[in-house]
Design a protein around this ligand. Structure first.
Ligand SMILES: [Mg+2]
Length: 235
């Protein structure tokens, strides 16, 4: 039996994978906490800590709520930690904040050129994010890779949430690939577990997000510094 894996499609996480997490999201997390605290500065600090971010250093704990949660999960956690809003009201405010934060996003590399290169080699390409679909599409347009994507899934696209396998299976349905032909690339364990739960051929961890080699080693086949090293592990 030929055990060599032939990867024909790549499904990327967005935040911490295509976008540099610290540069793109730490400022947004401060704003998120201000909004969730309705302007109460002491409460905002409490909410950041509850979400997994140190309010002084900006350090975000791997796989914490702010590192890995989708909007509903973050809103739920903030309300549990003392935010005065209802979960639904806060979810709406946070989705609005996130969609408008694409203007602040800092990419890991020239994403237009990066996706063009993979597209030219024949790979099917997609993005699966815990952010909302609108934010993903705006990011893809802003950085010039929307034309190379065969598939986009946010937490609100109907494929379920990470680490469920649905976003990978949706990518397979959209491209005609089998899960073993797909590489899943992400900065959190929920990305890697989503890949493993779907039977993906390869899981690749990157260190441009909130994870560390220690936190990501168990669920990844490869751990690389950033996506520019991806082709060295695709075979
Ligand atoms: Mg991520």
């Amino acid at each position: 039996m030929n055990t060599q894996k032939t990867i024909a499609g790549i499904l990327f996480d967005k935040d911490g994978t295509l976008l540099d997490y610290a540069k793109s999201w730490v400022p947004v997390n401060y704003e998120l906490a201000r909004i969730a605290a309705n302007g109460d500065e002491a409460l905002a600090r409490t909410l950041l800590v509850a979400g997994g971010m140190d309010p002084d250093s900006g350090y975000v704990t791997p796989d914490s709520l702010l590192a890995a949660g989708n909007t509903v999960e973050i809103a739920t956690g903030m309300v549990k930690a003392g935010s005065p809003f209802t979960i639904e009201a806060l979810r709406e405010k946070l989705d609005y904040l996130f969609a408008n934060s694409t203007a602040l996003a800092v990419p890991v590399t020239d994403l237009g050129a990066f996706f063009a290169g993979l597209h030219a080699k024949g790979y099917r390409l997609g993005v699966a994010s815990s952010d909302n679909e609108r934010s993903i599409r705006e990011t893809a347009k802003r950085f010039g890779f929307d034309g190379y994507l065969h598939y986009v899934a946010g937490y609100d696209s109907g494929f379920g949430t990470k680490p469920e396998p649905g976003m990978v299976l949706g990518f397979c349905a959209a491209t005609g690939l089998e899960p073993h032909q797909v590489a899943v690339v992400g900065d959190n364990n929920h990305d890697l577990h989503m890949g493993r739960n779907a039977g993906a051929g390869l899981t690749v961890a990157v260190l441009t997000g909130t994870g560390s080699p220690q936190s990501l080693s168990a669920a990844s086949d490869h751990c690389i510094a950033d996506i520019t090293h991806l082709e060295t592990v695709l075979g």
